[in-house]
Write a protein that binds this ligand. Structure first.
Ligand SMILES: NC(=O)c1ccc[n+]([C@@H]2O[C@H](COP(=O)([O-])OP(=O)(O)OC[C@H]3O[C@@H](n4cnc5c(N)ncnc54)[C@H](O)[C@@H]3O)[C@@H](O)[C@H]2O)c1
Length: 350
């Protein structure tokens, strides 16, 4: 595979992307970060050739072919648009944006630019999740009739008072940060059926008391604010009448949990990341239940997703996780927040 000259923008999760590119023998050519000490430390750690402080200046560099956007959520869409217009391929971290209307602005720009874009929904690229997807697609559990995804952290509010906990910059709290992962991956595993309506509930009882801050992100307890959710629950109702339930919190006092349950009319499975990646698969032989348990050890999906991106760039193809997927997820998130406000089931506005 031909090397692609990537610039990684942002030095939080961006540093992990750089590590993955390095493992893929495709060390980025540049790092871009507005925070010079943080960005330079990122550059030096991996021995990356170039450093840019300014995103717009970086886009003028003809050697850079692709831009990997790992910045706060409100910057994703403007950066994607500028990068595509500058003729670069793009990776964009989740969530795609701060809302669906903003995200949708990228669709026409990408069509015009005709560059490869990866919406970085990394869980879809885990080896265990891809194995489960094959089981579903091969009909092993029959038609999916119900699913439920849970992700609870006890002490998981990132960067209290930073962009993470400011609605204007993040678009939301735990739902925009973590809920998007579990909703997206469950939605994908169960066949990306059209979502008709959603109902949502949110709370913010811990964050507003400055409780349950995690070590991720830079906290700003003095000047920062918290105007987002730290717990969300609800359900998506699909056009075929089936539903997906979800529950997620940055800060709930329960076991740290990360699991997905999918029930089909001929079987089902439980994927449990909180119990050493256990997969329990249930099928039926006539009226007899057949149970098997396995564990597929695998790293985060970042390595696989970035490998997929580089392969697609090399072949001049589009990635399997698209701009449209990113927009759809933002539309769903918008509807969940609206439902939490109106206390009614709300239509997803596509
Ligand atoms: N897929 C995952 O598992 C995963 C994990 C963590 C974060 N993320 C996503 O990645 C994104 C970044 O999150 P993070 O945790 O790394 O945040 P962070 O705050 O730790 O890092 C953001 C970086 O962007 C830099 N930055 C800000 N404005 C910039 C600008 N104008 N130009 C260049 N650099 C700029 C900051 O200086 C910082 O280094 C978010 O969208 C988040 O949702 C995804």
């Amino acid at each position: 595979m031909k090397k692609t000259n990537v610039c990684v923008v942002g030095s939080g999760i961006g540093s992990y992307h750089t590590e993955c590119y390095q493992q893929l023998n495709n060390l980025p050519i540049a790092i871009c970060d507005i925070n010079i000490p943080k960005g330079k430390a990122h550059q030096e750690k991996f021995g990356v050739k170039k450093f840019y402080k300014n995103f717009v200046d970086m886009l003028k560099d003809p050697e850079i072919e692709a831009v990997d956007i790992c910045t706060p959520n409100y910057l994703h869409v403007p950066m994607m648009i500028d990068a595509l217009k500058a003729g670069k391929h793009v990776v964009c971290e989740k969530p795609m944006s701060i809302n669906g209307t903003e995200a949708a602005k990228v669709i026409d720009v990408q069509k015009e630019a005709n560059k490869t874009v990866l919406m970085a929904f990394c869980y879809r690229f885990r080896d265990d999740i891809m194995w489960l997807k094959k089981q579903v697609d091969n009909g092993v559990i029959g038609n999916v009739i119900y699913s439920k995804a849970s992700l609870f952290r006890q002490h998981g509010i990132p960067g209290w008072g930073s962009w993470f906990t400011t609605k204007e910059f993040a678009g939301g709290g735990t739902l925009a940060d973590c809920g998007v992962h579990i909703i997206d991956v469950t939605h994908w595993l169960t066949g990306l059926k059209k979502v008709k309506t959603v109902s949502g509930y949110v709370n913010d009882c811990w964050g507003k008391q400055k409780l349950c801050a995690s070590t991720w992100g830079c906290p700003d307890f003095e000047n920062g604010k918290f105007d987002v959710d730290d717990l969300v629950a609800g359900q998506l109702r699909y056009e075929d009448g089936t539903i997906m339930a979800f529950e997620n919190s940055w800060a709930a006092q329960t076991d740290d949990t990360f699991d997905i349950k999918v029930i089909g009319d001929k079987g089902g499975f439980i994927w449990d990341l909180s119990k050493e990646n256990t997969i329990k698969l249930f099928t039926m032989d006539g009226d007899t239940h057949v149970y098997s348990s396995t564990s597929i050890k695998c790293p985060h999906g970042h390595y696989n997703e970035l490998k997929h991106f580089l392969e697609c760039v090399d072949k001049g193809e589009q990635c399997s996780t698209t701009v449209e997927d990113g927009v759809e997820m933002m539309r769903i998130i918008d509807a969940i927040y609206k439902s939490a406000e109106t206390c009614k089931e709300e239509e997803v506005v596509y």
